[in-house]
Design a protein around this ligand. Sequence first.
Ligand code: ADP
Ligand code: MG
Length: 702
Amino acid sequence: MNNLLESPIEYLKGVGPTKGELLKKELQIFNFRDLLWNFPFRYVDKTKFHKISEIHDDSQSVQLKGILIQKQLLGAGRKKRLTARLRDSSGSIELIWFKGVSWVDKFLVPGTEYIVFGKPSSFNGRFNIAHPEIEVVKSNSGERPSTLAPVYSSTEKLNGKGLDSKGRRRLISTLLGKLEPSDIEENLPKYLLDRTKLMGRFKAMTKVHFPTSQQELDQARTRLKFEELFFLQLRLLQMKINNRTAIKGFVFDKVGDYFNRFFKEKLPFELTGAQKRVVKEIRVDLGRGYQMNRLLQGDVGSGKTIVGLMAMLIALDNGYQSALMAPTEILAQQHYNSLREMVNGLAIRIGFLSGTVKGKKRKELLKLLALGEIHILVGTHALIEDPVVFQNLGLSIIDEQHRFGVKQRAKLWMKSRPYPPHVLVMTATPIPRTLAMTLYGDLEVSVIDELPPGRKPVQTLSRNEGYRLRLLGFMKEQIKLGRQIYVVYPLIEESEKLDLANLFEGFESLERYFQKPDYQISIVHGKMKPADKEFEMQRFVKGETQIMVATTVIEVGVNVPNASVMIIENAERFGLSQLHQLRGRVGRGADQSYCILMSSYKVSQVGKKRLEIMVQTTNGFDIAEADLKIRGPGSLEGTQQSGVLNLQIADLAKDQKILATAREIATRILEKDPPLENPLNIRLKNYIQKHKRRIKLWSRIS
Ligand code: ADP
Ligand code: MG
């Protein structure tokens, strides 16, 4: 039935082979459907015009109406350009084209009235508009009458071939003229349409391109956004239901001596309510006979490690080995040490493996591992290298998930027979609920949403250079109180040399102020050899140095409870989630902790906003929400590797309400009718079957 929509784009009247190629190359528009689903990103109110005299330095895009009073072709060859002047009752402005010059030249007729749209810029104190959209007033181009004209994303190449917004409007108009309502079949059940009052599908598709009022446009967009998010959620939830019983796994149904003795004799503190809940969720999941695929989310310092340990003890009670994998040597080492300390006296053998474990030591370790004499193996991604063979790996825990690629995780699966190991991924990157629903919508998710008791919120200050001297004094005071201090510098690859120079300069000026032998300063950065890094790190961990100057290598997971001051230099250059992670390094002990965000005098609007948010809240989820709003979903940490969030019309940052509704309705439908067999749901079933590949899924941690 949808055959017409499948027609190759070049067959549409007005397209042809050349334009067809261009549409494919520039916009991935291959057929009629793609053209239709390429939605306007903006609409121009055709009834509202600016006066030319109103244009000022900060003018955004303006719409003008006036007579073209002159035009001039200048230069030749590549330097050819076309200028024209538009006049209205208030004044005149220059229009200028550098590309597609001959094509525009043919179109512009002095003395004619045009509507011009574009962003003015000023040159030598005079305004002009480069490459404006321009059309003849009341042109009889066959375009539908509309006050809100759609604007489509475009490129220079498309514009040069008449495929700018105006050209595309014409194509879509042609296409809509050919379509019957049955070509865009309704895919939502009638009961759902009745209840949600959503606009019908065909109408929405027409109105999103050619709305006659703002209200109509809003309804059309809401309908299409809902559809997009709803089917995505349906698919994710179906997969989640399916996953729970898809892959057989080891049954860990015993809770035995290791777990119980640890709980009674070794637990260093009472678990928080959230930790207890999550341990239970994991326990139940491990006993079901199906592979566990669980994401454990918890803010920095929320106590994920001990939860991981308890899961490993369950594995051990059932006779299986576990692996705990961390993204850096330092963090792996720290896990190794703290696990050993925690289970001290329980006859549990823990091994450590990383690239630095070599020769005889490594050989011995691998032998014990294969014999099953090592119960828990902690390490870096060296764990998943080929020669590492377990006797019976039953559980893999991956800390700080976003640092591991999909391929590496898949390798872990190969380490165990006959079933893949249970997988628990721990991440401290708080993800807004709505985004999590989509990114991890098909996974089981456990959340530790409570910090251990007695933590004092970190006091956060945002300061600039004017504060420098006072800062040094403050540092001295804190050190006198026996505290330790981090000073973190940004380091990004593009400006690596400059950044390192900054770091050393900062280090040297601190050394001048905090002189030996009273003070000792550590320095750690990514260019150091792992052994040197480790050495410096350990000096700080042991309290031999009071100040740790570092680039973001300390970002992930180090635990030095005595460190209570985090100073972040050039804080405006860090992203929110990074700032939050860094701040999480302090506030782990009983003392009041501080985070001081040092920034230059000149900070961009967005930078300022980020610093403000950091001062206002310490809640990771609130910060993640704010980050999502500022940067959009694509740039959130954790989403880059999982693929693009390229939704066609919905926006996860802005359409949270629609998403929540879609998720809720999808959940309710699947609860009652998991296979979607009820005749009332036939449209859903058919649509999913037909469009399985088009409903994009990007999560999958394994
Ligand atoms: P993260 O979730 O960031 O990995 P950790 O597991 O490193 O956090 O825990 C942070 C600190 O909190 C550790 O020093 C740990 O011993 C401590 N901790 C964890 N759970 C509790 C608890 N229930 N009560 C008190 N302290 C706790
Ligand atoms: Mg941790």
